[in-house]
Design a protein around this ligand. Structure first.
Ligand code: SF4
Ligand code: SF4
Length: 210
């Protein structure tokens, strides 16, 4: 008799637990979704403006960028991600001027640290939030940022006045100093690694002798 009672008790508990579980499932069924179905939602997908996907040059309405090929971003980049190629052009007044030929950026080695953007004296760089950057070959991650054909002539009204040469020289000197410090640190780390030492030894040789 007691075994029949136990049987019906366990069946009741099973039904109760099933109803509780179905209640949770039902509640989640009508709760607004927070996940997105990608790539089906491509047309409506909204990526935060501050998301850093890819370095780009800023272009004005006429298709001009503001890069003056000063090389500060290249010097400041800790990963060697930026490579500038420049060319000398002759101006109408006969003077020569160095101009940007190719601005090459390797997305595959970028750490999105923003050092290049924040130190550019011309405010010529920004990050786009275009996150779809997957490719099948690593070479395709190296991009030429000045991809637009440059309009003829100088801009009628520059959006931003040229930087004071002294200030520019100071920024360049600071960038060179930072780059030299980073290079020295890397060389020291490489030498320590080669000698089998740790980057920050816990005890000196005098401690190990004791
Ligand atoms: S720091 Fe700015 S202006 Fe100088 S090379 Fe880089 S993008 Fe061009
Ligand atoms: S974000 Fe940092 S790693 Fe990327 S290109 Fe700029 S300086 Fe180099």
């Amino acid at each position: 008799m007691s075994s029949i009672k136990e049987y019906f008790k366990s069946v009741g508990e099973g039904v109760k637990s099933l109803v509780a579980g179905m209640g949770v499932t039902g509640r989640e069924f009508v709760t607004p979704k927070i996940t997105e179905q990608y790539p089906e939602n491509r047309k409506t997908l909204q990526i935060a403006d501050r998301f850093r996907a890819e370095l780009t040059l800023k272009y004005d309405a006429e298709g001009r960028h503001k890069c003056i090929a000063c090389g500060i971003c290249q010097m400041n980049c800790p990963n060697g991600t930026i490579r500038l190629e420049t060319k000398m052009v002759e101006l109408p007044d006969g003077k020569k001027k160095r101009k940007l030929d190719k601005y090459l950026y390797d997305l595959g080695s970028c750490t999105f640290c923003m050092l290049c953007v924040t130190t550019c004296p011309q405010d010529a760089l920004e990050f786009s939030n275009d996150f779809e950057q997957a490719v099948f070959e690593r070479d395709k991650l190296v991009k030429q940022l000045n991809y637009r054909p440059e309009p003829e002539g100088e801009p009628a009204a520059p959006a931003k006045p040229a930087m004071d040469p002294e200030k520019l020289a100071a920024i360049k000197a600071e960038a060179l100093k930072k780059a030299a410090a980073i290079k020295a640190q890397r060389a020291a780390e490489a030498a320590a690694k080669e000698a089998g030492e740790t980057a920050a030894p816990a005890g000196g040789p005098e401690n190990s002798d004791k």
